[in-house]
Design a protein around this ligand. Sequence first.
Ligand code: ADP
Length: 396
Amino acid sequence: MKILVLNSGSSSVKFQVFEDDISFVSGLIEQIGEENSAISIILRDEKVVDKQIEIKSHFDGLQIAANYLLELGVVKDLNEFDGIGHRVVHGGEYFNKAMLVTDDVIEKIESLQPLAPLHNPAHLDGIRVTKKLNPLVPNVVVFDTAFHQSIPAHAYMYALPYKFYEEDGVRKYGFHGTSHHFVAKVAARMLQKDINSLNAITLHLGNGGSVTAIENGKSIDTSMGLTPLEGLIMGTRSGDLDPAILFYLSRKKGYDINELDKILNKQSGLKGICGANDMREIHSMAESGDKKAQLALDMFYYRIKKYIGSYSAILGRVDCIVFTGGIGENDDIARLESCHNLENLGIKLNVEENALRKKVAREISSDDSLVKVFVIPTNEELEIALQTQEVVKNSR
Ligand code: ADP
């Protein structure tokens, strides 16, 4: 099946074309509506388009991309795709799996706008454009939150007045679901286990980071919450903290809500502690003796360790721990330090194997580790393509 995968942001669209599970075209439309808007396309590992061009809207951008796809012979007709898979950040409580786009689905995504004000409107723009450009192709939405809809109420509720849940939807939703689900399925295959009997802790560590506890193949808890701010220490986000800090800072410094939002989301995390948010830079700062950089790293590892511990407690049996995302896949020191001294939980790394750089899914635990530890490159676009194929097949 030929599937187009779209990830539409407020000023950019990433796209990828899959033939079954192989992607041979990827592209990026960026700075939509800005002076320096541009499009780039990679076809079979070669950059074939890299152009600054006026792109006023999502429609313009996708129209230009579509013309290139026709010109490059990727498709002969824009209706030739078997399906178009759209990434959607927030599916709220409506969606626990990928869905064929209908008017009702669009209405529900629209109604979730208050929970994802930057993302959901952009995704809807993408859907409206493909409905026009590819009128005969079914559209499918794949939600970042869907995998976490199996989390039970005692884990997703916040201990606030119940009316905020009922009236305003305040609860844990979780994010990165497509990635956690994807790597869990790969881990199950590596363990030669049915996904429905897999217990795992999956760590997606990128600029944003989250941990998920997976029981019998289903998410039963995850570190991100109502928004992607909760949980781990991230590049620029604080993760967990005492909410009373906000009242304290507001009263003491006079910050308003918008300033606090910016501080917690953009100026905190690793960046807040040491001024940098790229792990490679922070490692080199720490190596040259920067104490704040070392502190940021120590805090980062410590928070991950606490989550591994608490998720081990709620799972009881853990078959494997999976590291993924830019840091999880590439940063052997972060993996080593986050798993350091966890032998009492049955977690023991093979230090040499961990230090090797490989781009493939692999085991990094020692032979006598009771819990297997894997590094598994994530591929959210592939997961979206696979789920889109499934939905399209089932709808025929
Ligand atoms: P995003 O969440 O934006 O998708 P990524 O998953 O690409 O982010 O991860 C970005 C993070 O991965 C950055 O902090 C970057 O420093 C880190 N990273 C990428 N390559 C390496 C590497 N070789 N060693 C350590 N960290 C790395």
